[in-house]
Design a protein around this ligand. Structure first.
Ligand code: NAG
Ligand code: NAG
Length: 429
């Protein structure tokens, strides 16, 4: 079950998120080659998979050239056995005891790029993005604020993974700034809505799930027994949310412009193959789900997710929360089985968000709406500032990792700085 711990000839610091056991997949360009292409990463070096492929290193696995593409979609369309074979091949090529690459300076100069000379791009051409609402703590806390504790969880919540179809065009890679949106806001003491910049801009700590493999045809659901074959890997996901716009517009069809202005993801896709050693269970599901949702037992991964805020006057980022993927009620495979139960065809490169992941304690909440109880209990920062929601100039940083005594499988981070809203006159005729 546990992988043999391999060392690489590339020096990897003890606390690195990217040891040889990780082998994440991403895309981007370097100072010496402006063409976006597929890459991996070991320690502080980017591994140019397109260059390795051009040198013929993957020929025994496939004749297809996957990695010269600007996105990973073509590779993600293959099956899990091939992902596993490529992963093993890359690990073998960079293992400490293998001289093939290690002792070839010319080759190393071609395929290893210092991370400081590399810019990540959005790794996938995302066809569809769906966002779930799978954390019981989050759904309960938010439900209490809007409907009171008696009606916090709706009748369907414990029976199916609630979700909505999101917007893929505004999914961006980490470091893309976030322009504060404008929209209709209806204040409680006023009969009419106003048009205003969002005053309750929030983050949401989520895990993004990238689908791959030979997926289902229209009309043919994905059986939960094979759902794990169709998950290529995971990323950190921040589904920025305009709470004041959301609370007015969400009835009865759910979130719309309060969510569609931007979603940020971390640049490195961490494969479920790398995460296998961190497989764990989920809290008991009661009532027992209907048969098509029965995963025996529901599985998750032990991924610790920390959130930091860096305001312009803070000297360094301040941690505001630590949560874990294990706190979800529904598993990612149950989400996939439910999404496709109608016969909805899923495609390689589709993205599922778990929904905000909140733990049971005040220091494990996944968004400011919960932390500040919708503004009633602002979060205190070490320099005396407080935040109920995000201000212009604030940076929000989410970091994720799975740790064992021997190695860390990290996600790196997803971050974004808040920019001011567009001027009022921009919207006038
Ligand atoms: C999850 O990982 C942490 C280390 O990050 C460890 O301390 C904890 O015991 C693990 N929990 C489970 C349930 O495996
Ligand atoms: C960590 O490495 C040691 C020594 O190689 C091994 O005995 C142990 O089982 C490993 N633990 C895990 C959790 O992989």
């Amino acid at each position: 079950m546990w992988p043999i711990i391999m060392a690489s000839f590339i020096l990897v610091s003890q606390d690195s998120h990217f040891p040889l056991a990780n082998i994440p997949f991403g895309t981007g360009f370097s100072t010496h080659n402006p063409n976006p292409r597929c890459v991996s990463r070991i320690g502080d070096f980017v591994v140019d998979l397109a260059a390795l492929e051009a040198e013929g290193f993957f020929q025994e696995l496939s004749n297809t050239h996957f990695f010269s593409n600007p996105t990973l979609n073509s590779f993600m369309s293959e099956d899990k056995a091939l992902w596993r074979a490529y992963r093993s091949k890359i690990q073998a090529l960079f293992a400490a005891e293998n001289p093939l690459v290690r002792d070839n300076e010319q080759l190393k100069a071609k395929i290893l790029i210092p991370i400081s000379e590399f810019t990540n791009t959005l790794p996938v051409n995302i066809g569809d993005y769906t966002d779930f609402y799978a954390s019981r703590n989050h759904a309960f806390n938010v439900g209490c604020m809007f409907r009171g504790p008696q009606n916090a969880l709706q009748d369907n919540w414990l029976r199916l993974p609630v979700g909505y179809h999101g917007r893929s065009s505004s999914v961006v890679v980490s470091r893309h700034p976030v322009k504060r949106p404008r929209g209709q806001i209806k204040l409680l003491d006023s009969p009419d809505p106003v048009f205003s910049s969002c005053k309750k801009l929030d983050h949401e700590v989520e895990i993004g799930v990238f689908l791959g493999g030979k997926l289902n045809k229209l009309g043919e659901p994905i059986n939960i027994a094979v759902a794990s074959e169709h998950v290529f890997g995971l990323v950190l996901l921040n589904d920025w949310s305009a709470r004041d716009i959301q609370s007015w517009e969400y009835v009865p069809l759910g979130p719309f412009t309060a969510k569609n202005f931007q979603t940020s993801i971390s640049p490195w896709i961490i494969t479920t193959l790398a995460l296998e050693p961190f497989t764990t269970g989920l809290p008991a599901q009661d009532p027992v789900p209907l048969p098509y949702l029965r995963e025996d037992p529901p599985t998750s991964f032990n991924i610790t997710i920390e959130t930091f805020i860096k305001t312009p006057s803070l000297s360094e980022p301040h941690k505001i929360s630590t949560t874990n993927l294990q706190h979800l009620y529904w598993s990612i495979y149950q989400m996939l089985a439910h999404h496709s139960v109608s016969g909805c065809n899923m495609r390689p490169g589709d993205l599922l968000g778990t929904g905000t992941i909140s733990g049971p304690t005040p220091d494990s909440l996944g968004c400011l709406l919960e932390m500040s109880t919708n503004g009633k209990t602002p979060v205190a920062l070490p320099n005396g500032e407080t935040r109920s929601f995000l201000n212009d100039g604030d940076e929000l940083i989410i970091v994720g990792k799975a740790e064992s005594e021997n190695f860390t499988i990290g996600f790196g981070d997803v971050r974004g700085v808040i920019l001011p809203a567009l001027e009022d006159q921009y919207f006038h005729n």
